[in-house]
Design a protein around this ligand. Sequence first.
Ligand code: ZN
Length: 167
Amino acid sequence: MAKIYPIIKSKNPLLRKVSSEIEPAKFGSNLLKKLFLDMTATMYKKDGIGLAAPQISKNIRMVVINTAEGPICMINPVITKRSTTQELGEEGCLSVPGVFGQVNRYKSVDCQFIDENGQKNLIKANKMMARVIQHEIDHLDGILFIDKLEPGSKSSDRKTERPAVKK
Ligand SMILES: [Zn+2]
């Protein structure tokens, strides 16, 4: 059975730390494979597109991303190439529930990482995938999307707000 982890919220200082690289000796280990499964299960349970280890209180450089071809595991991900142009797009975050807004991101990025089997990989990502990769790697550096919101674009999901109490 996969473990569903609690997701910490934006005021938690663990989300503001720079996470540590995972040592090569641990690449491909059962420990990381299990963590990949647990993080994937947690992401699915919360309807997320991606999840970074700091969001489950682990300050290590690992993220999972939900793609059409299934979940992918990125250990020590590094963006090695960025497009010259950026574009605005809407983002939200499981650690900042009910808040959405426009964030500028590179249109396309190349990302190098180690997968759950310890293999080195390179993804050439654009559009949504490029956006998610940039959002998740920001988590590993203690950065949240609300730090980068386009002024005036912040909106709340009204459905999650309680109705005002009448006096
Ligand atoms: Zn996030």
